[in-house]
Design a protein around this ligand. Structure first.
Ligand SMILES: [Zn+2]
Length: 403
C-alpha cells in the first residue's frame, strides 16, 4: 500500500527520529520480517530495531506473527503490520444519504451503517447522526473509541482540504465554512480528513480495481458532474482543492442552456441526470432524477437511450481536453447515471477515441466504475489510512506515546 495522498516521504531529522516510521513503512506491505532482516534493511543496530518495534507494538500497529528459525537454531520472532490492531472511520455524505463504515488498516470494511438523511438538513443533523452511528458500530465490534486512528469524510461539495471546511457548497445550506473536523475534535481523539465526494470516489475506485494504475480520472455523473484526478500516483487537488471540477466547462451544443451557476452552456446543464430529465419531459416522458432516466433506459425507451448517449458525447468532448492535458491510462465513469451502462460509456468513447491523438488513446481504457456505490466509503477509508500511516503521523504517535 503506497501513500497516494501525500507526496512527501519521511525525512530523517537531526535526531534521527524518523527511524521508527521508516521501519513501519517497510512493514506496511504486510510481509512478516525478523529484527535481523529489518536491521539489515535499514542499517540500524539490532538493539535499536528492537526498541522501535516495541514502540510500534505499544501503539497496536505491529505485532509478532509466529516464529522463524534463525541461522543459530534459536527461534526468532517475525513482525508485521497488525491490520486489525487499530481502525478508521469512513463517512460518505451524499445529497440524500449518509453511510459510514469502520475499516481495518488495509481498508477492509468491518461494519457499516447508512441512513436516508438529506445533506440540506444541515451539519448538525448529518454529523450528529454520524457520531451516534459511529459509537454504535464501535460498540458492536467490541472496540473502544480510542482504537480509532483517523476519520475520513467525503462531502458533496467543494472542500478546502487544508481546513476541512466546505466552501459555498451549492446543495448544502448551512454548511458554508462549517468546521467539520472541529465537530469531532472533542469526541474522538483522531485526526479528521475531509474531501469532496468525487476525490474520495477516485481514491476508492483506484484501491478497489486499479491499484497499479498511476494515471486515472474518475468522472461522477449524477445530479452534478465532477471528476477526481490521480496523476503520477497522487490525487491532484490543485491550488484551492477544485482540480477536476469539469461540470461547468463550456460545451458548444448547450450555448443557450442556462446553468444553476449563472453561466450558460455548462456541461452539467446538458448532461447531468436532472438535465436529461428536463429534456425527456419535453418529449412527454416522466423523468426528473438520474434514477428516472436510468429506469427509462433499462426499459429500452429509445428517446432516453439517445439522450444518454448524447450526454456521453458531451462528457467526452470535455474529457478530450483532459486527455490532452494529463494523459490518463484509465477513465472511470461512475455516479448514478453510469448505471445506464454501455449507452453512456459508448458516447464518451465515441468522442474521446475520435478526437484525441492516437498515442494518448492507444492504451486508454474508458470503463464503468467497478466499485459502484462502495467507491465513496472505500475512498474515505483510504483517505484516513493514508494520513494515519504516513511517516509524519507515525512519528508523531511514537513521540506522543513516549511522553
Ligand atoms: Zn454552470
Amino acid at each position: 500500500m503506497t501513500d497516494i495522498t501525500n507526496p512527501n516521504d519521511g525525512h530523517i531529522n537531526a535526531l534521527g527520529s524518523s527511524v521508527t516510521s521508516d521501519l513501519f513503512q517497510i512493514l506496511r506491505d504486510g510481509r512478516p520480517r525478523t529484527r535481523t532482516e529489518l536491521s539489515a534493511m535499514t542499517g540500524l543496530a539490532r538493539s535499536t530495531v528492537a526498541l522501535r518495534i516495541d514502540a510500534l507494538m505499544r501503539l497496536g500497529l505491529v505485532g509478532p506473527v509466529g516464529d522463524a528459525v534463525s541461522t543459530g537454531g534459536r527461534p526468532s520472532s517475525q513482525f508485521a503490520i497488525t491490520a486489525s490492531g487499530r481502525v478508521v472511520l469512513a463517512v460518505d455524505v451524499g445529497a440524500s444519504h449518509v453511510r459510514i463504515a469502520i475499516s481495518d488498516l488495509t481498508g477492509r470494511i468491518q461494519a457499516e451503517m447508512g441512513a436516508p438523511i438529506q445533506v440540506a438538513e444541515g451539519p448538525e443533523a448529518v454529523l450528529g447522526w454520524v457520531e451516534t452511528a459511529a459509537r454504535e458500530l464501535l460498540e458492536k465490534l467490541g472496540r473502544d473509541p480510542g482504537d480509532l486512528l483517523a476519520i475520513g469524510i467525503g462531502l458533496p461539495g467543494p472542500v478546502e482540504h487544508s481546513t476541512g471546511r466546505p466552501i459555498n457548497p451549492p446543495i448544502m445550506p448551512g454548511w458554508d465554512r462549517f468546521d467539520v473536523p472541529g465537530r469531532f475534535r472533542d469526541i474522538f481523539d483522531a485526526p479528521v480528513l475531509v474531501d469532496n465526494d468525487v476525490n474520495i470516489m477516485a481514491l476508492g475506485e483506484r484501491e478497489h480495481a486499479w491499484p497499479d494504475v498511476d494515471h486515472l480520472v474518475f468522472v461522477k455523473v449524477a445530479t452534478g458532474i465532477g471528476s477526481g484526478v490521480i496523476s503520477g500516483g497522487y490525487l491532484q487537488r490543485g491550488a484551492q482543492g477544485t482540480a477536476g471540477d469539469i461540470g461547468h466547462v463550456y460545451v458548444a451544443r448547450g450555448a443557450d442552456v442556462p446553468c444553476q451557476c449563472g453561466n450558460r452552456g455548462c456541461l452539467e446543464a446538458l448532461a447531468s441526470g436532472p438535465a436529461l430529465g428536463r429534456a425527456l419531459r419535453e418529449v412527454s416522458l416522466e423523468a426528473v432524477t438520474s434514477q428516472d432516466v436510468v429506469e427509462l433506459v433499462k426499459r429500452g425507451n429509445i428517446d432516453a437511450i439517445q439522450a444518454v448517449r448524447q450526454a456521453g458525447r458531451d462528457i467526452g468532448e470535455v474529457l478530450t481536453t483532459c486527455v490532452s492535458l494529463i494523459n490518463p491510462s484509465v477513465i472511470v465513469i461512475g455516479g448514478s447515471l453510469a448505471q445506464a451502462g454501455e449507452h453512456l460509456i459508448a458516447g464518451v468513447r465515441e468522442v474521446v477515441y475520435t478526437r484525441s491523438m492516437p498515442l494518448a488513446t492507444e492504451h486508454l481504457q474508458i470503463t464503468q466504475s467497478k466499485a459502484g456505490p462502495d467507491a465513496a466509503v472505500l475512498g474515505a477509508s483510504m483517505l484516513a489510512i493514508h494520513h494515519a500511516l504516513s511517516p509524519e503521523n507515525i512519528e508523531a504517535m511514537v513521540v506522543g506515546a513516549s511522553i
